[in-house]
Structure formats: C-alpha cells, structure tokens
Design a protein around this ligand. Sequence first.
Ligand code: VG1
Ligand code: CO
Length: 542
Amino acid sequence: MIRTVPTKPFTDQKPGTSGLRKKVPEFQQEHYAENFIQSIFDALEGFQGKTLVIGGDGRFYNREVIQKAIAIAAGNGFGKVMVGQGGILSTPAASNIIRKYKTFGGIILSASHNPGGPHEDFGIKYNAGNGGPAPEKITDAIFAKSKEINSFKIADIGTIDIDTIGTVKAGDMTVEIFDSVKDYAELMESLFDFDALKKLFKSGFRLRFDAMHAVTGPYAKEIFEHRLGAPNGTCRNFKPLPDFGGHHPDPNLVHAKHLYDEMMGADAPDFGAASDGDGDRNLIIGRGIFVTPSDSVAMLAANAKLAPGYKDGLKGIARSMPTSGAADRVAEKLGIGIYETPTGWKFFGNLLDAGMATICGEESAGTGSNHVREKDGLWAVLLWLNILAVRGESCKEIVTEHWATYGRNYYSRHDYEEVESDRANALVDELRAKLGSLPGTSVRGLKITKADDFAYHDPVDGSVSEHQGIRILFEGGSRVVLRLSGTGTSGATLRVYIERYEPDTARHDLDTQAALADLIAAADDIAGIKSHTGRDKPSVIT
Ligand code: VG1
Ligand code: CO
C-alpha cells in the first residue's frame, strides 16, 4: 500500500556541490530525510518503472535512510531499485553501476570525508543517468521543490533484507541486492595492466593502503590483496565502521598523519595511499615524498598512456580553478585541451560526456577519468601503480623528473574552519569590492597582474556559474585564491589556496610553506584574513 504522508518544508535544505549535508540529529528529525528524498523525485521526470541505484558509505544512519529511500522509491513508482549489499557503495562504484546498467540515476548517502557518528555528519545526493552528480539545474530544482513540499509518498513494504544478495519484490517494485565490489573491480581490470601489477607485487613491492575505516576497505582488499596478490596486511583499517573509528576519514596530511610518518620513516613501504569516507578522494605518498593532489593529476596525465585504458592518449585535461597549473603544462606539451572549472566534480560531467576531457582533478585530493563520472580514489592509486610498474622507477624519481621537465608548482591550501558566517561573508564582500583596484599594485614586493571573481562559461551547454572564487594573480605565475566552502556543516570555512611556479630545478627542494611565505603574507595583507576571522593561523594546512 502506498501512503501519502503530509509534511511541511524544511527550508534550509540547500543542496550544495555534493548534495545535502547536515549533522545526523538534523537528519533524524521526523520526515527530514523523507522530505529531501521526495524533493529529489519531485524535481525529476520520467522515472516511472525505471531503475534507481541506492548505496552509501556505511556511516551512522546509512542503513535507516537506505530503507526509507527504498520505500519512497516504491511509493513514487520506480520499477526497480538496485542496492549495494549491506547498503554499501563507494561513490565511484555507484557511478559505475548507474552507467553500466543504464539506470535512471542513483541516490548516494555520504558526507564524504566528514566524520560520522550519532553527532557527526550525514548526507544525501542525487546522481543522474550519466553517473555524475546532478548538475546545478537539477540541484536548484530539488531546492525549489523542498521549499514547497507538503507530502511524501511511501510504500508500506516493511524492512528489506539488504544483506543478502538476490532479488525480492517490494510492493510493485523489484529490489535487487548486489555485490558492491564486483562490477567496480572488473572496471579496474579493464583499465589497468593487472598482470604487470601482479608481477610488481610478486617482486616484493610494498604498498600500504589505508582505508580509514571507510568505504574503500572491501574494494581495496579485493583488488590489491585478492586479485593482485599483494600480501595480507597491505590494506589497513579496511573494515568500514559507522563512526570511522572516531576519526575524520579525510586522506590528508593532518588526518592521515600516521601514513605520512610511516612513508617518511626508515623502513617505509614503496608506496602509500589512502582514501576518504566515500572512496572518491585519494592521498598519494611515495617513499620519502608526498605528492600534492595538483601535482598528482599532472603526473597521472603525463604518464596515462602507460596504462592500457589510456593507451590511445588523452582528449583533454580538466582541473578545478583553485587546483594548481601543473596540469596546464602537461596539456600544453601533449597538445591537448585544458579546461578550468569551478570547484566540484559536477562541472566535469559535461566535458567528459562531450569527449573533451579524459582526466580531471581537484586540489582537494580528487582525481578521476572518463571511466565514471565521479572522482575515484582507488583508480588514482591503481594508475600510479601501473605507471610505477611500467617505468620501473620509484615515485620520488618520477616526481623529481616531472618537476625537472615542467617546473614545480609549489602549492598549499590553508583552511579556516568554523568561522562565524557573518565574519567570513564580510571578508569576501570587502575583497570583492576592491578587486578592481588591485591590478598594477604591489604587495610585499609582488606585483598583482589580475584580480577577479571567477565565472565559468560551460563550453558544452553555455551555462554560466558566477562567484566561484576570488583569484589574485601575480607576476611570474604565482596566485592566491580565496573562496568559501560549500560542504561544511557548521559555520563557514574559508579556503585560501596559494601557488608559486618555480622553473629552476636547483630550487625544487624547498620547504613548501617557506617557498610560499611571501604570498601567504600578501594574502593576509590584501584580504585581512587574521582580522576578519579572528584567527592567527589556519585550522588545517594541506
Ligand atoms: C570540497 C572540495 C572540492 C570537492 C568537494 C566535494 O568542497 O574543496 O574540491 O569537490 O569538497 O568533495 P568545498 O566547497 O568544501 O571546498 V567530497 O570528497 O564530497 O565528495
Ligand atoms: Co569524498
């Protein structure tokens, strides 16, 4: 039986770059999750009788919302839902399932790298039939629907057993519970030289992969240890936990410091990597060298041809605007297109669908390709491994050689988290107001050549996205970018991105923060970061 349950709008449901993210207690309010799921369906058309994919990163409240999503999908007339076993699907795996089985779309439950648990974060997002995050047109429509919602439709189907693989009926709808890992592992096998990787591990190559008690654990175990023969113990923290073991499943130098320390230690493995809550981000650390995500996308693009899936070369590279320009130099050398998009994976979708870009990347540890429509943590690790296997060199050798060829882009991001929203907005407003007066002036001896508020003109559909981050460009290719995060769940997060290009090989082994010190000081002079935020230093430096 299908019930129409009266409800009223929860007006703060603005889905950002990655759907709706809120603290668990907010999601636990009566009808809150139901409202948002119904708003998604209200914003869509033509799904009657079609298939919806449902899965999540296993965080606290995942299983409850999976049940709600199944029942509301049945209430709204979907013909079938495909649910990852145990409610588990990494974000890239979900994207793959949506594409591979030509489904209508999918609902992914995750708050990515944010912590999980009864008082931590939860999230819901919708991915369209191309497997990618819903474009702004759809997220705006979802928001509009969430403002006027007055009921949701739910089928009384009881609790579905999501742990047993198989197909059951739920009212008029079919529910298929499938192996969360198999299709994804097959996709990876189709892209990379698994024989070469097996040989690499057989020769004694040591990988350390930290799943951070998040969703990639089962994927990494299957691929690295079972299919590629890496020794048992290669994968650490591989059991997904609802609270990620009490840690932030954020693969950066702060939250994966133990991995960094191990990789810099005396008995470091050859290669270290980690992934985030929902499996779309990656951290890459070679023995004795951390690879910044901006460098990683450039290096993967430069060497992609060495992997079977990319042997014919790349169509183009796309990077988000705050990501360093390292990839631009690779694109130039390869003679292929380079595209600069706003922050957030959804902006890559059109370029990938149109065959204009093959590899995409963001400074926030997201790298991926046209194999799915999300960034993909394990994909990045496997491409690195494939490159290491073919070149027979260490990660450090590959990185230093890359810098020698292209120059080095020193790069860092400073985050000021949980700043009062009014203060963060005041900073941005004041900065915006003076952008016109900056070019031609010098700060700390650095000459500003250009200052603007980034607007993106999508070359495929012509849509325009404005106010995507303030850029201050200096002579010589240095740059400071400031923007407010769209994914935080309390207060505002100010992100300051700092970049300096260094062509001189003799100056490629400086400490990053030292190499950027004058730009960091200049950014504060220009934007009044300390005075506006009331902080004397960033909360996170990556
Ligand atoms: C952050 C990152 C951005 C990324 C987004 C989603 O956004 O900066 O690059 O696409 O998170 O990542 P923001 O607005 O907080 O800066 V995750 O791993 O959700 O999917
Ligand atoms: Co993520």
